[in-house]
Design a protein around this ligand. Structure first.
Ligand code: GLP
Length: 241
């Protein structure tokens, strides 16, 4: 695990560089994408490189980490819509190249299995970007998640629903109670993981992630077992290291 402490705009450049180097080498790479505010500056930097420098995603494929259960197809907070708005519709991904778990499926368990199959059929994720929750969750693997988990249905914690209420007009009751999320074993199969965290609210989670014992109570700590993880943090997020 490499830990890089820098200013937020420099972190975004570093993460974007990892994507650019991969895509210049392998234009048909499989990209792992994440919602949340942490990757936004990275997406903005990738859009800039697409617009100004011709970085192309036309042959790439992308898989989202997670999805709320039950949000209508056109709901702006459905993660597939969020990622389109924040990133993928601003560059040149081919139609259908960006996928997420299907939170509207009649059979949610089957949707989870077919999502795992789709990632495997694509050859696995080459480069996964992600944030981390204040309670140490990655994707939507909340504290207590099995370290060996695959894509599955999870119940969101009250803390995560409260954290995410800001995206639902501040009304926690509008935040779905369930989600589909890549499991910790799924995430661990990505060949390179870039985790971005900024701000004091992430300091405990980053402290545990980097220095804590590996534990299901801080799900991000599983990344200590991954051979190629880059943790990109600002000084506030690094303040407990
Ligand atoms: C959500 C997402 C996570 C993300 C977390 C942190 O719960 N499912 O993937 O890491 O939020 O979000 P933010 O980056 O906005 O702090």
């Amino acid at each position: 695990m490499e830990v890089i402490i820098a200013k937020p705009d420099e972190l975004a450049r570093l993460a974007a560089c990892a994507y650019e180097q991969l895509l210049r080498r392998r234009p048909d790479a499989v990209l792992g994408l994440a919602t949340g505010s942490s990757p936004l500056a990275v997406y903005d930097e990738l859009v800039r490189r697409h617009t100004d420098e011709g970085l192309s995603f036309a042959q790439a494929r992308a898989f989202n980490l997670d999805e709320y259960v039950g949000l209508p197809a056109e709901h702006p907070q459905r993660y597939l819509n969020v990622i389109r708005h924040d990133f993928t519709d601003r560059v040149d991904f081919a139609p259908g190249a960006v996928q997420g778990p299907d939170g509207l499926a009649d059979d949610l368990a089957a949707a989870c299995t077919s999502y795992e199959d789709a990632i495997a059929a694509a050859g696995g994720v080459d480069l996964q970007i992600m944030g981390i929750g204040t309670d140490g969750h990655i994707a939507f693997n909340e504290p207590g998640s099995s370290l060996a988990s695959s894509t599955r249905i999870k119940t969101l914690t009250e803390q995560t629903r409260a954290d995410n209420a800001r995206f639902f007009g501040g009304d926690v009751d509008k935040v779905p109670q369930h989600c589909l999320t890549q499991g910790l074993a799924t995430v661990m199969r990505a060949r390179h993981i870039v985790l971005v965290a900024t701000g004091r609210s992430k300091a405990d989670a980053i402290h545990q992630l980097v220095e804590g014992p590996v534990s299901a109570m801080w799900p991000g700590t599983i990344l200590q077992h991954h051979p190629h993880v880059s943790v990109l943090v600002d000084t506030a997020a690094a303040s407990r290291l």
